[in-house]
Design a protein around this ligand. Structure first.
Ligand SMILES: [Zn+2]
Length: 80
């Protein structure tokens, strides 16, 4: 699978590390959040069949983070 780094161009996926889904909302009032709210924030993620915004880091290259949209069925990646 080729992943397009915004700074280096397309590279093999073994140069990258997956950082999880993008756009995970931090609790709006962290001091008031209970354990269940923190558990949802830390551990619970959507697992859609289709397009998913993701964070990746070019760990064996420029070491910069970026977002992409990956189709979880076809693995087609488009810049976010
Ligand atoms: Zn890069």
């Amino acid at each position: 699978m080729l992943i397009p780094c915004p700074w280096c161009g397309e590279r093999e996926d073994n140069e990258f590390t997956y950082g999880g889904p993008a756009q995970v909302a931090y609790p709006s009032d962290p001091e008031a959040a209970d354990d269940a709210s923190w558990a949802r924030y830390v551990f619970f993620r959507a697992n859609p069949k289709g397009k998913l915004a993701e964070r990746w880091v070019h760990s064996a290259g420029c070491r910069r983070w970026f977002n992409v949209v990956r189709d979880t069925v076809t693995h087609q990646i488009t810049p976010a």
